[in-house]
Write a protein that binds this ligand. Structure first.
Ligand code: S3P
Length: 168
């Protein structure tokens, strides 16, 4: 089986869904952000603070390229992976790309109590979420399949993906 890459904005449920989906498919799950943190021995927020976003994006690109060579994995991507066309090409070479979406209100609710996302550690995370969503919407639209997770349970989202995968 090919890989299944989950992309989408922060707080859309990628990591949670990736774990459940991998479990249902009986395959392994790989988390791009976790691999970056392990490689750098640093949390994402500290990498952004100490080395900058560009450095993080280069690391992210390297890890995406490496992970894209694997097979039978559910790959949970960070929200910005789609911004680099080469990342999309790599993920698609060996798999399907599924995008999880959610409304700005739901994203704010799901992310507001966590401080590990440097891009949302700003005075008005709500405004930042709306701006970034607008900026990124055409990148997320490149996915092979899109699921809006705003009003669905984790089980419902997973079931939708599994049923789409059956036909693809
Ligand atoms: C980012 C999303 C984060 C993480 C980093 C940058 C982004 O991952 O990669 O903070 O640019 O959207 P999650 O989407 O898993 O929170």
């Amino acid at each position: 089986m090919k890989n299944i890459a989950l992309v989408g904005f922060m707080g859309t449920g990628k990591t949670t869904i990736a774990v459940l989906l991998a479990d249902k498919l009986n395959i392994d799950y790989v988390d791009i952000d976790a691999r970056i943190e392990a490689a750098e021995c640093m949390a994402i927020a500290d990498i952004f603070a100490a080395k900058g976003e560009q450095y993080f994006r280069r690391m992210e690109k390297d890890i995406v390229a490496q992970v894209s060579l694997l097979e039978n994995k559910v790959i949970a991507c960070g929200g910005g992976v789609v911004l680099d066309e080469e990342n999309i090409k790599n993920l698609r070479k060996n798999g399907k790309i599924i995008c999880l979406q959610a409304s700005p209100e739901v994203i704010l609710k799901r992310t507001k109590d966590y401080k590990h996302r440097p891009l949302l550690n700003v005075e008005s995370p709500e405004l930042r979420i709306r701006d970034l969503l607008e900026e990124r919407k055409h990148y997320y639209a490149k996915a092979d399949y899109i699921v809006d997770t705003s009003k669905l349970s984790v089980q419902e989202v997973t079931a939708k993906i599994l049923s789409w995968l059956e036909g693809h």
